[in-house]
Write a protein that binds this ligand. Structure first.
Ligand code: SAM
Length: 352
């Protein structure tokens, strides 16, 4: 099996490995690559950590086939599973593995999905309107475009694509639907282009980008699975275990940020001077906010341009007791904060 078209450079590889290193060095470490893709990150982990066991998940059977070939030298300690990433608890159960020590989410589409002519993810090349990451199941973009109610389509384009001209784009789609079914990415791109005012087309890149992103998110239920997958990953993380998440657009990053920061705060009563058992933070943030890529990284790998990286470590019981006691908010005297009170906004909340 050959390499997919286009060079595939794993995004922020060295930074990911640096952040995960202490977890990968734990005895009996199990690393989960939640978005195996072409196996670039996974291969580096297996190569550099000869004792680490890998669980690699992907919902795309073609990606799994490529990774199975690439990771064949490590087959004895690599479990590659066709699964949606929020199915981790079932996968662990089936493998008889109770805990994980390290995890990586590299969200979005792979270069394989973008480059394969028949997948329909890329607006730059003509293909059937599919966009399913798992081609064995689920609805296609063609069904969404041709069969959804106009109001529902507007909501999807606005919410998932942040498309300001959603109503105009959907009117153009609906007019075309009356003539016949829209079946190709090229036709959809033309309709979007015609619908966006010329002045707006001159800025902000390809006008189809937002519509294609919105359809892809809808077809694959991307945000809903991410909402459940991050907490499931954190629940499975052993003490001192680490998780790195790379997202490529603000909707994903917001979900990740909420899921991670929720566990860095106390859930006990605000006015108690000490932490109650079981109410302390269970996570420590390893990154300050979300980390952008360096200029060098973007120059070497244009796909990294929009990446936002966040990383956390699961506290062990001792850290939880001492760390929590240290971080208790003393609101009555200093107004210091370890967690938010009702109605308070987190720093940066609401910003992209
Ligand atoms: C950006 S690629 C990962 C690239 C990978 N890190 C590498 O080095 O080759 C993202 C992969 O995640 C997969 N994916 C996206 N959403 C998923 C989900 N909900 N469950 C499982 N896999 C998913 C896609 O099919 C794609 O292969």
């Amino acid at each position: 099996m050959g390499e997919p078209r286009g060079t595939h450079v794993p995004v922020l590889l060295e930074r990911c490995l640096e952040l995960l290193a202490p977890a990968l060095e734990l005895p009996g470490a199990v690393h989960v690559d939640f978005t195996l893709g072409l196996g670039g990150h996974a291969e580096a982990v297996l190569e550099r950590y000869p004792d680490v066991v890998l669980i690699g998940l992907d919902r795309d059977t073609e990606a799994l086939a490529h990774s199975r070939h690439r990771l064949a030298p490590y087959a004895g300690r690599a479990h590659l599973v066709h699964a949606v990433y929020d199915e981790l608890p079932r996968v662990l159960d089936e493998l008889g593995i109770p805990r994980i020590h390290s995890g990586l989410f590299d969200l979005g589409v792979s270069s394989l999905q973008l480059d394969e002519a028949d997948r329909g993810f890329a607006y730059a090349q003509d293909a059937p309107l599919d966009m399913r990451m798992d081609q064995t199941t689920g609805i296609t973009a063609e069904q969404v475009v041709n069969e959804y109610e106009p109001g529902e389509l507007v909501r999807i384009l606005r919410t998932y694509g942040e498309e300001k001209f959603a109503t105009r784009v959907v009117s153009s789609i609906v007019r075309e639907r009356q003539k016949g079914r829209i079946t190709s990415t090229a036709r959809l791109s033309e309709l979007v282009k015609e619908a966006i005012p010329a002045a707006a087309r001159r800025t902000g890149g390809n006008p189809s980008k937002r519509t294609f992103q919105a359809l892809r998110i809808e077809v694959n239920g991307e945000l809903a699975t991410l909402e459940s997958a991050v907490p499931a990953a954190l629940d499975a993380l052993a003490p001192k275990g680490r998780l790195v998440v790379m997202s490529y657009q603000s909707l994903e990053d917001r979900i990740v940020k909420r899921a991670l920061t929720a566990r860095t705060r106390s859930t006990g009563p605000v006015d108690l001077p000490v932490e109650l058992p079981g109410t302390g933070p269970t996570l420590r943030l390893l990154t300050k906010g979300s980390e952008p890529p360096s200029d060098d990284e973007v120059a070497a790998n244009p796909r990294a341009a929009s990446v936002k990286l966040r990383a956390v470590e699961r506290l062990d019981k001792n850290d939880q007791a001492t760390g929590a006691a240290r971080e208790r908010p003393r609101l009555s005297t200093h107004g210091g904060r370890g967690r938010l009170r009702p109605g308070e906004r987190e720093e940066g909340e609401g910003k992209a």
